[in-house]
Write a protein that binds this ligand. Sequence first.
Ligand code: NAD
Length: 499
Amino acid sequence: MGLLSKDDYHKIAQTIEYPTMALIDGKMVNSVSGKTFSTYNPATGEKLTEITSCNEEDVDLAVKAARRAFKDKRWSGLAPSERKKVLEKMRDLIIEHKDELAVMETLDSGRPISDIAETDVYETAECIAWYGEAADKLEDQITASGQDIVSMIVREPIGVVGAILPWNFPMLMAAWKLGPILASGNSVVVKPSKLTTLTMLRIAELAMAAGLPQGVLNVVTGSGAVVGEAIATHPDVNLLTFTGSTAVGRTLLEYSGKSNLKRVLLELGGKNPCIVMPDVKDLDTAAEGIVQAAFWNMGENCSANSRLLVHKDIKNALLEAVLEKTKAWTVGDPLDPQFRLGSMIEKPHMEKVLAYIETAKAEGATLVCGGRQILPETGGYFIEPTIFDNVTSEMTIAKEEIFGPVLAVMTFSDEEEAIRMANDTEYGLHASIWSNDVNQVHRLSRAIQAGTISVNCFSEGDFGTPFGGFKQSGFIGRDKSLWASRQYTEMKTIWLKIR
Ligand code: NAD
């Protein structure tokens, strides 16, 4: 580990070669139409490159290639220990190219290099290897039956998986899907977000170099409305796995119903609470965690704690500590490791976040820090970390996912009210609790409707823990852990009579 200097990262940026073609049937190819789309650096507004723009025809070619690969068992028929070797090699190649990948993702997404180079590239690599490692340790079952029967429950790869990805953690979200999909023996057609396509294409090249057979991994590039819809409605895709907004997730369920009833796994949005109980003595540590939970990745994070619910007796002291900690979350050139915050993903998204800030003011919330676009001279889309006090449940910023660096502070009087406020949302992805009282922590953890509860920290767990949402934050699926491996397989009962 260890970070390079800003100058080193800028030097790498100047020499980087961008992948621009789709991967279909093991070859990097231009789309059938020959059309392209531009991709931009959100921190400068400058164009990075042109990428091939796929459509329904390209998706069909990719699905056919994936099906051929699945049917002839070039990957699905390998022993899990053989698949493991390829996935471990993939991990090694990702780490070998870590600086290139980190710079590429920073340029494409505006995310700070410090996060990507220190965390995302390693977690991407290790996630893929983790599933490779697990592949030959999963066991099927034999059920209790009479002596003339062998009754087995076995898991088989599901076939061709479609994976549609978001822009907020491009490499890592890809790894959360690809690890269990590939380790389970499936073929896959991936569509990265049009805004952040580059690192997925580069990782696909590295996967081929690692020895993944042709056609097992295909990457089709382009818009959600064309490429995403073509995957989601394709009659020969067995399962669709998606990370993105609740609105698009809803549409994907309809596509499944109208096409081939493909299985659909959805990881969606969040409006996550952080509850701080009055017994917390170390407000400094709590404030550190609260600020990280709100502003990490510019708040472009599905599990961000965007609602701070604090007991009224400690509100003023906690808010003071939070404001102090916020000073460390400096905003600037994403390739400069000194900055903890980079650019928002694109101009329309920055404008959406700024509009939420204006709405909060108009609805009577009190702005206590931030609230503006800064560094406009760079051509980028930077927003200051922003905190509103005196937010009430009916205000828009208390209800809607903002996906920006905006924290809403609200107060409660007792545990019951804290639980009611925490659950007063259509989402249920993640919640944080700060308290030193173990009984209280257990009561709150059980009462809050969310897929992940982090206590006295802000965390999504590790690869061993499932991640996914209650209510409208998800649909059936879980990323990470062995649950994810299971969901990319079909369960089969074999009832064998001995004669
Ligand atoms: P989005 O829903 O706009 O896009 C996600 C993907 O869907 C993109 O690849 C997009 O091109 C594609 N898409 C768009 N319209 C489509 C359509 N009609 N048919 C098929 N595909 C289509 O989401 P986003 O803006 O990229 O990501 C942000 C959202 O993702 C936030 O709501 C965030 O909370 C959520 N998210 C959730 C998790 C999680 O694990 N729960 C993780 C990261 C992000």
